[in-house]
Design a protein around this ligand. Structure first.
Ligand SMILES: NC(=O)c1ccc[n+]([C@@H]2O[C@H](COP(=O)([O-])OP(=O)(O)OC[C@H]3O[C@@H](n4cnc5c(N)ncnc54)[C@H](O)[C@@H]3O)[C@@H](O)[C@H]2O)c1
Ligand SMILES: O=C(O)CC[C@@H](O)C(=O)O
Length: 469
């Protein structure tokens, strides 16, 4: 392959990207700068070939919401262009920015809706640098061949520790005493202040966070019961209860650890507060939609509920700043902030140095591996497929990444195209309507690669293609 050929090929791919029937078709080929590095790399015998099929400097990553420095360092090490922003962006700016990036990293505030993603012509992958993925239209992303990754448990411990702190703080009215003293009032009281030992903690959602919380709470002498839609092994002496109502009627403290789903919307509303014990406490560090706040306010005013700790809200500001948590954001805000024994935190459950740094490493590695090698293991909306990275000495091998509609007959069509060549390895899987095929094809020259690309690009089921070599 000479340099002119490479450039021609790249132009051909570019043509396809720009003018192909699917604007989502992504294909990449090595630039001259990358090819120039090959002879030096090839001298490293049996070293793993890092599949950077293009000048990595071409890859653009948009990082929002103060994603951790560990991620920025990792992306820069890959050679990618990083556009970093401390806050989230208003929708119109987001739409402008997302148009030409290959990857985006967000946390919980950036809404990647169908409307926004429609503008993302080059987007290959989304990284949620957090646990929750409800801010992304996962199904639409998958339909567009965009893989989404998150960090499933790197901040779970941080959330569980915050909840432990809140259980004791609510039981002892620590928040109120602190506010009073900050404003000069000495109020030494024990009325309705309790030890937590021997009380019952009811955990709703016994997943990564709920089960961590369970272990920590038992160590403080709390009895733990939990409710979950699936049967989950109890840790320690915790006990699963069959209904939400049973959990609510037996618990002194109720803590929510469910994802945002249609089923969990307003899961705790007026009837559920009515089912709770008199003087019970509610903690929500899951998602703001899970608790109906006006009902909470009513239950607290009626003294049914003795205190609440909230870390999450139906609407949250997109950036830090004074005056943002106001009635203009959520109409009930001034009512809520005037209640006694209510601890309000600005969605900081997972915000510790340990968690953020670990998430930065984990998600940036997943994104780099997907961009460089096509490996989708850990994706939350996508078939999970992986092949081991190619070695440097596997010359003239192309890796085909073919994302397609999960309809009958596609593999036959694709293998007809590939069967003219030597298929070294192939792995394919599907998830719902989407399927993903990875194949390493050896002994191919430039014209073979071009031919493979063009034939695959013309298949009816194609969603997107990338060729890595
Ligand atoms: N405040 C924060 O900073 C913060 C940090 C991390 C996670 N979160 C939130 O906490 C949620 C839980 O995190 P996790 O890591 O424990 O998730 P997880 O997926 O490990 O566990 C969630 C559990 O909830 C259960 N569940 C789902 N729907 C339910 C329902 N309708 N009723 C009862 N149980 C139900 C699931 O079966 C699962 O066991 C996340 O989805 C995220 O929204 C918040
Ligand atoms: O860091 C964030 O913005 C979100 C934290 C948390 O809600 C999560 O889903 O992990």
């Amino acid at each position: 392959m000479n340099s002119q050929d490479i450039n021609n090929l790249q132009n051909a791919f570019q043509y396809n990207v720009n003018l192909g029937s699917s604007p989502n078709a992504v294909s990449t080929s090595p630039t001259q700068s990358f090819m120039n590095t090959l002879p030096r790399r090839l001298s490293l015998s049996k070293q793993q070939k890092v599949l950077k099929p293009f000048s990595t400097g071409d890859i653009k990553i948009l990082l929002l919401e103060n994603v951790n420095q560990t991620a920025i360092a990792n992306f820069k090490e890959q050679g990618y262009q990083v556009d970093f922003h401390k806050g989230s962006l208003p929708e119109d700016e987001l739409i402008e920015k997302i148009k030409d990036v290959h990857a985006i990293g967000i946390r919980s505030k950036t809404k990647l809706t169908e409307k926004v993603l429609k503008h993302a012509k080059n987007l290959v992958v989304i990284g949620c640098f957090c646990i929750g993925t409800n801010q992304v239209d996962l199904e639409y992303a998958a339909k567009r061949g965009i893989a989404v990754f998150n960090s499933p448990f790197s901040n779970s411990r941080s959330v569980a520790e915050l909840v432990i702190a809140e259980i004791i703080s609510l039981a002892r009215q620590v928040g109120d005493r602190s506010i009073e003293l900050h404003t000069g009032t000495w109020n030494k009281v024990s009325n309705r202040c309790w030890e937590v030992r021997g009380k019952t903690l009811g955990i709703i959602g016994y997943g990564h966070i709920g089960s961590q919380l369970s272990v920590l709470a038992e160590a403080m002498g709390l009895h733990v019961i939990y409710y979950d839609i699936v049967t989950i092994m109890a840790l320690g002496t915790a006990k699963q209860v069959p209904t939400l109502d049973e959990l609510l009627s037996r618990s002194d403290f109720v803590s929510l650890h469910v994802p945002e789903t249609p089923e969990t919307k307003n899961m705790i509303s007026a009837p559920q507060f009515a089912s709770m014990k008199d003087g019970a406490y509610l903690i929500n560090a899951s998602r703001g939609t899970v608790v109906d706040i006006p009902s909470l306010i009513m239950a607290m005013k009626a003294k049914k509920i003795a205190g609440a700790a909230l870390d999450v809200y139906p609407s949250e500001p997109g950036k830090n700043g004074a005056g943002l948590f106001a009635d203009s954001l959520n109409s009930w805000t001034s009512d809520l902030v005037s209640l006694p024994n209510v601890i309000l935190t600005p969605h900081i459950g997972g915000s510790t140095e340990e968690a953020q740094s670990a998430i930065g490493v984990e998600v940036s590695h997943a994104l780099s591996k997907y961009i460089n090698e096509g490996a989708s293991v850990g994706a939350v909306n996508f078939p999970e497929v992986s092949l081991k990275a190619l070695d440097y000495d596997q010359e003239n091998t192309v890796r085909v990444l073919y994302i397609h509609k999960n309809v009958p007959g596609v593999l036959k069509t694709v293998n007809n195209i590939l069967s003219d060549h030597n298929i070294e390895k192939q792995y394919s899987d599907s998830r719902g309507d989407i399927a993903y095929l990875m194949a390493d094809i050896s002994s191919v020259n430039q014209s073979d690669i071009k031919d493979i690309y063009e034939q695959l690009n013309n298949t009816e089921a194609k969603i997107s293609i990338r060729l890595l070599y």
